[in-house]
Write a protein that binds this ligand. Structure first.
Ligand SMILES: Cc1ncc(COP(=O)(O)O)c(C=O)c1O
Length: 424
């Protein structure tokens, strides 16, 4: 039992007897990203949050969303548990356009969810039971624990994320081949917290590792958390979702695509996402059955997803400025990524204070402090430099998505100073 759930159960005293096994496992992650984010709220530089802000500090939002909020009365009707059919068709078409590898692959229509966390939860409830093992790289988004461990009762097994500057696909293969017939593998590129996406070479190794495990008799459900899709900043990175690779790989492999507008379209509070399915040899009837299972799960929990959010998404996707606005927002984040790389290259002396983890995409990058404790450094950065960061697995995560380009050089200089001070 997690120590936070144990504490809540203790607080409940005799009333704990009212709780189900799931209720007993449940906790609120006060100490993780959310707790650390709250501590950094009043910092001059808050690099904790998984959102994005403009150079002037205002929310980075596209006009095709913010100026389309005048919707027709239809946006107040129920959208249905599968989601708005027009939005589902549009999202499917957009996925194939953005991922040419999906053309010709048989996969379901996306079912609408209340954004990606909900897609994960739907997937967890459809495919995972307490005896199943969830396999993730050891640098992963901490909410996977709440969904798979607390809500569903699975065991999470992690493998080493990086080897020789790239993704450690052989560690992943070992974890998949470990005892147990069924494995649920979560892959998240661009990744939270590292900001790493598989390169083309990594992607080949990842796919062949899953293939080898399937051939060895494992049944593998690959959950592709594509939250930060499209935010890739380097050549040689596998820019497409790996969904199509897995959807045509082996009949023992089920590919589940979890995606949505939250991060890639900069609408964190909109709460519209999707879940789609594919596996080798899947028939239309089988895919429809999986859609119905997902929609049934939606109906049993939230009934249906905000119709207003879905109508707004459709309006934005039909807006002629959608693509050009999205490109401008991408450019803002790419400029910060480039600046981060430039600063680190210009200051080789920082290598005595911290080591940047591999990063090439997304909202974040991580550093490993050298000779000082990451949590101590995080606290010191808040107290002395008014800089908010997040600590995860001994690393410091910096969300460049929230920091104006002009401030990035100063942040790394201050981190370097802070490490030097703590070492004294
Ligand atoms: C990797 C990853 N997946 C999913 C999510 C959840 O996104 P949503 O807000 O759409 O539930 C996040 C949010 O931080 C994330 O970092």
């Amino acid at each position: 039992m997690n120590k936070l759930s144990t504490k809540l159960n203790k607080d409940l005293g005799e009333a704990v007897a009212f709780l189900s096994p799931t209720g007993r496992r449940m906790f609120f992650p006060y100490g993780g990203i959310l707790g650390q984010g709250a501590e950094a709220k009043s910092c001059d530089t808050n690099a904790t949050i998984g959102m994005a802000f403009e150079e002037d500090g205002s929310p980075l939002v596209m006009k095709c969303f913010s100026e389309n909020v005048r919707l027709s009365k239809k946006a107040f009707l129920y959208a249905g548990s599968f989601g708005d059919p027009l939005l589902r068709a549009k999202w499917r078409e957009m996925q194939v356009e953005k991922n040419p590898s999906m053309a010709g692959v048989s996969f379901s229509n996306p079912v609408v969810t209340n954004a990606l966390t909900h897609s994960l939860r739907v997937a967890a409830e459809l495919f995972a039971s307490p005896s199943d093992e969830v396999v993730v790289p050891d640098l992963y988004w901490d909410n996977y624990e709440l969904v798979f461990t607390a809500a569903v009762g699975c065991k999470i097994t992690s493998f080493n994320t990086f080897a020789r500057g790239g993704f450690d696909a052989s560690s992943m293969k070992k974890a998949l081949l470990a005892p147990g017939e069924k494995k649920i593998l979560i892959l998240n590129f661009p990744n939270n917290p590292t900001g790493y996406s598989a390169t083309i070479a990594d992607a080949k190794k990842i796919v062949s590792a899953v293939k080898a495990a399937a051939r060895a008799g494992k049944r593998i459900i690959v959950l592709l958390d594509d939250a930060y899709f499209g935010l890739v900043y380097e050549k040689g990175v596998h820019g497409e979702s790996l969904f199509a690779e897995f959807a045509k790989l082996d009949k023992r492999v089920l590919a589940v695509k979890l995606d949505g507008m939250t991060k890639e379209d900069y609408v964190w509070g909109l709460r519209v996402g999707f879940i789609s399915f594919g596996f080798k040899g899947a028939t239309e009837i089988q895919l429809k059955a999986l859609e119905a299972k997902a929609a049934g799960n939606v109906r049993s929990s939230i009934s249906n997803v905000t119709s207003i959010g879905q109508a707004l998404a459709l309006a934005a996707f039909s807006d002629k400025s959608y693509k050009s606005e999205k490109k401008l927002k991408y450019d803002t984040l790419k400029a910060r990524y480039d600046e981060t790389k430039r600063v680190l290259e210009k200051h080789p002396e920082y290598a005595r204070s911290f080591k940047p983890m591999p990063f090439n995409s997304g909202y974040f990058m991580c550093i490993k402090p050298i000779g000082v404790d990451a949590e101590e450094l995080r606290k010191h950065l808040i107290a002395k430099y008014s800089i908010g960061t997040i600590v995860l697995s001994g690393l410091l995560r910096i969300a460049f998505s929230t920091v104006p380009k002009a401030k990035l050089a100063a942040i790394f200089a201050d981190i370097n100073k802070a490490v030097v001070e703590l070492k004294k």
